[in-house]
Ligand binder design. Sequence first.
Ligand code: HEC
Ligand code: HEC
Length: 344
Amino acid sequence: MNKNFFIPGKSLLTVLIVCAFCISALLPACNTGLNTQTNNGKDVAKDTGVFVPPDTSTIPHDQFGDMVRYGRDLIVNTSKYIGPDGIAGKYLGNKMNCGNCHLDAGTRPFGFNFFSSHARYPQYRGRENKVLTLSERINNCVERPHNGSPLPLDSKEIVAMVCYFKWLSANVPIGQHVKGDEMPELEYPNRPADLHKGEAIFLKECASCHGINGGGVWKPDSSGYVFPPLWGEKSYQNGSSPSRVLKLARFIKANMPDKKATWRKPYLTDEQAIDVAAYVNDGSIHPRPQKKDKNIPDYLDFKYKAIDYEAGPYVDTFSATQHKFGPYKPIIDYHKAHNLPVIF
Ligand code: HEC
Ligand code: HEC
């Protein structure tokens, strides 16, 4: 009896000891993507807990690795391959590169990175009101910010980009976020965005690179941009993620003006980031390409519409102008009070 009682106890203890050993042995492996300094001098600190992506020197030298390298190249030199004059196919409607928004090939913390993308897809997307694969999500950016036509889902280019994302997310647990994969939070002012203040900030802090007319600056051979456009027919579409004021303001807070702002030391205040994002994204003064197929409705279930989405109908009673330019807090409070999702 005693013996029988103790044997399971003993094996339980053994299991616990073995588990503790396994976990401690596994932890360094799990952590290889965390808390270490990258060797290419990025602004990543040991003390922040922000995810550190694997170094490109670790991309394997085999067929999978070749696709990872091609995928990375596609993110950086998108227009060369799949732009309007693309050598692998003509899909994009403009000559922006994915990397103009997904900074450092999608590896910069708080820079629209792809740290955990592969670990979090397929996922439900409110706009389409269905579950999308990562390949389909790539095509969303091809169609909206790039104002283009979708690539075949089995094309070498889509597969290569997914390979790159998989390699980047190798140390990320399935379904999880990692620190730094989302944009920084903002404090919302109790007033709508101020477009006049936004214009002044634009002229002082942005126009020197992006151009007074927001049209950006071409590379000498016009294959892409030294400074990408912020509005106009060659920039991102209305209704695309970057055309949302809060989405853009969070990006600007951590990354713009380029070289002056970093995620560790933002340059603009939250109010200034919102004001300048509102000025950039104000459709009444800054036209952009419109969605191509207007027959496909966005957000069939309105409660999943982002707070700062510029077109109704909404699940609440706030105007389209307030959704776009704020004040945002009353909308957020309303959603919380009515048990509605608060989506940014
Ligand atoms: C004009 C800016 C812009 C360009 C250019 C752009 N994107 Fe995006 N992309 C965004 C924004 C904004 C989001 C939403 C990010 C967020 O919600 O944090 C996004 C999201 C994504 C996501 C989902 C990421 C995730 O983890 O949920 C993928 C994948 C993606 N983009 C791929 C691409 C690819 C591939 C290209 C080039 C073909 C591209 N994007 C070009 C702005 C852009
Ligand atoms: C010193 C030059 C410089 C300044 C100043 C600057 N940017 Fe940028 N910006 C860039 C560069 C370069 C990129 C593209 C980054 C890349 O491709 O790696 C970029 C990308 C962007 C993007 C995403 C791509 C696009 O075109 O939509 C936005 C939005 C943006 N900047 C907004 C701003 C705003 C707003 C300001 C002023 C607060 C600003 N930038 C100031 C250089 C600058």
